[in-house]
Design a protein around this ligand. Structure first.
Ligand SMILES: O=P(O)(O)OC[C@@H](O)[C@@H](O)c1c[nH]c2ccccc12
Length: 266
């Protein structure tokens, strides 16, 4: 059976459109707001939503996402309450939902218990940034019985491992635009066109580009290179700025709307 993610990409392809993937940390600043933000981002044009499971030792997260995780943990978010959030969201929306989760969290919770709950609540895919290729194979075996896509990450440094990493990929491939952690950048230090073409040689699965995409202008200028654009830290910055004003929903909606419009410029 095709996943919600695959169906979404097929539908967008027929419409000749790219996907906008937005990331927020679940529970930042609280789970009720996350619930509203998922629905607002969908209404503003997001095609797929990444929900980060807050974690205290997030090696790939830049300062903005680390602060989001801190707020979420302080407000008491944990894996069980996040599963409840997803269940509740599924009464309202069929948008593809992907967890961004560190392997340690999955492992501690219990792999099969975690996967069972993903299925039950309605999670469509997993991005696990600290999962080495070998462990990935093992997890992939276990996941064969589950309708959940395991989304691989490819970095510019992956070079000769790209082929192995994207083999049997499902959903989409997360192509990391540049080295280092998530967050704003002045520019990209590699030739993204070359990098994405290299990945494209080995797979037909949609390619999503992420890390450092922070403005509608960047979305517009990068969209021709890939099938999807991922924006995280820039949205979290909007959340942060809007918390004191009490306008989180509105500001996130407005920003995602601008990203969506940039993505749809012909
Ligand atoms: O924040 P950015 O630079 O827009 O990049 C997306 C990113 O935040 C999101 O996909 C993400 C959050 N934590 C991660 C850890 C690893 C890889 C990716 C991520």
């Amino acid at each position: 059976m095709k996943s919600r993610i695959t169906k979404k990409f097929q539908q967008l392809k027929e419409e000749n459109k790219k996907a906008l993937i937005t990331y927020i940390t679940a529970g930042d600043p609280d789970l009720d707001t996350t619930h509203h933000l998922v629905l607002e981002m969908e209404r503003a044009g997001a095609d797929i939503i990444e929900l980060g499971i807050p974690y205290s030792d997030p090696l790939a997260d830049g300062p903005v996402i680390q602060r989001a995780a801190q707020r979420a943990l302080e407000a008491g978010a944990n894996i069980s309450s996040i599963f409840q959030l997803v269940e509740k969201l599924r009464e309202k929306t069929q948008i593809p939902l992907v967890f961004l989760v560190y392997y340690n969290c999955v492992f501690k919770y219990g792999i099969e218990r975690f996967l069972d709950n993903c299925c039950r609540s309605g999670i469509d895919g997993l991005i696990i940034p600290d999962l080495p290729l070998e462990e990935r194979r093992e997890l992939q075996e276990i996941m064969k019985g589950y309708p959940i896509d395991l989304i691989p990450l490819v970095a510019p440094t992956s070079e000769e491992r790209i082929e192995a990493i994207v083999k049997d990929a499902e959903g989409f491939i997360y192509c990391i635009s540049s080295m280092g952690v998530t967050g704003r950048r002045q520019g990209f230090d590699i030739n993204l066109d070359n990098f994405l073409q290299k990945v494209r040689k080995y797979t037909d699965v949609p390619l999503a580009l992420g890390f450092g995409i922070s403005t509608p202008e960047m979305v517009e200028s990068l969209k021709h290179l890939c099938d999807a654009l991922i924006v995280g830290s820039a949205i979290i910055e909007k959340i942060e700025e809007a918390i004191p004003k009490g306008e989180v929903k509105k500001d996130v909606y407005d920003f995602v709307k601008k990203l969506d419009e940039a993505k749809n410029i012909a």
